[in-house]
Design a protein around this ligand. Structure first.
Ligand SMILES: Nc1ncnc2c1ncn2[C@@H]1O[C@H](COP(=O)(O)OP(=O)(O)OP(=O)(O)O)[C@@H](O)[C@H]1O
Ligand SMILES: [Mg+2]
Length: 238
């Protein structure tokens, strides 16, 4: 069976600056794949290329073996690719509940949407308590929960998570990571996660890629990378 998502020699950048210099990544259905690397390596750019926010200059992005680069952001949402960006980008003036409803904007099954909102509240009880609160006034951890829950409202085939633990207390990060694992195990959601917290990411993922200045320099089962001396020295602080 072919991969769900394939990046093949992808080059991309901004203006005169080339950021991705031939990136090849594969994500199989049902996997959690982590992408780790230093600040500015090109991790967010990679996710932006996958969701058609940043155009591909060379190489290919394929979704279920079909070319997917060149389309629009809505095309990727229709395919089931949901991007939870760095910095969360919630609708700050809308309530928690309205944000969840916005996550389902392409769906036309109000009863299904309603029951999914209940499911999100069961997953994140904090959000239920605060459903009428403006998203912009939630704490950082609550905003991250809402960003993930809003993404899940679209029934993703592939969830792209950019730094979900950024700025969160360790206990909240752990809760977010646990939820991601649960969603993967119980609902088969495939996940590509970008994380500064390499330790947590390698603990969560099945496989991982290491990116350095726009190139993939290492890849393999997450458990193997966690034991690699170069990864330990550069990303795990060991
Ligand atoms: N919109 C943009 N315009 C110009 N340059 C950009 C833009 N977005 C990112 N860059 C540059 O591209 C490079 C890669 O950025 P990117 O955001 O992909 O890195 P990253 O690996 O996600 O880093 P971090 O871990 O800090 O989030 C950086 O040098 C950044 O300054
Ligand atoms: Mg980034």
């Amino acid at each position: 069976m072919g991969a769900l998502l394939t990046l093949d020699g992808v080059e991309a950048g901004y203006g005169a600056m080339q950021v991705l210099k031939g990136v090849s990544i594969e994500v199989q259905e049902g996997e959690i794949v982590a992408l780790i690397g230093a600040n500015g390596a090109g991790k967010t750019t990679t996710l932006n290329v996958i969701s058609n926010v940043v155009p591909v200059r060379a190489g290919r992005v394929r979704w279920r073996e079909e070319l997917s680069s060149g389309g629009s952001i809505v095309d990727t949402v229709r395919r089931g690719i949901i991007h939870v960006p760095e910095g969360r980008r919630l609708f700050a003036d809308m309530t928690v509940l309205e944000n969840l409803e916005m996550g389902a904007f392409l769906r036309h099954d109000p009863p299904g949407v309603r029951s999914d909102i209940e499911r999100m509240f069961a997953l994140f009880p904090r959000l239920q308590e605060r459903q009428e609160q403006r998203a912009g006034s939630l704490s950082g951890g609550e905003q991250q929960m809402l960003a993930i829950a809003r993404g899940l409202m679209a029934h993703p085939r592939l969830l792209l998570l950019d730094e979900p633990s950024l700025g969160l207390a360790p206990i909240i990060s752990q809760q977010i990571f646990r939820t991601v694992r649960e969603l993967n195990q119980t609902q088969g959601v495939t996940v590509l996660i970008v994380e500064q917290n390499a330790h947590a990411a390698l603990g969560l993922a099945h496989r991982a890629y290491v990116m350095e200045t726009g190139c993939i320099t290492m890849s393999g089962p997450a458990a193997e990378l966690r034991d690699d001396p170069r990864v330990k020295a550069a990303y795990l602080g060991e």
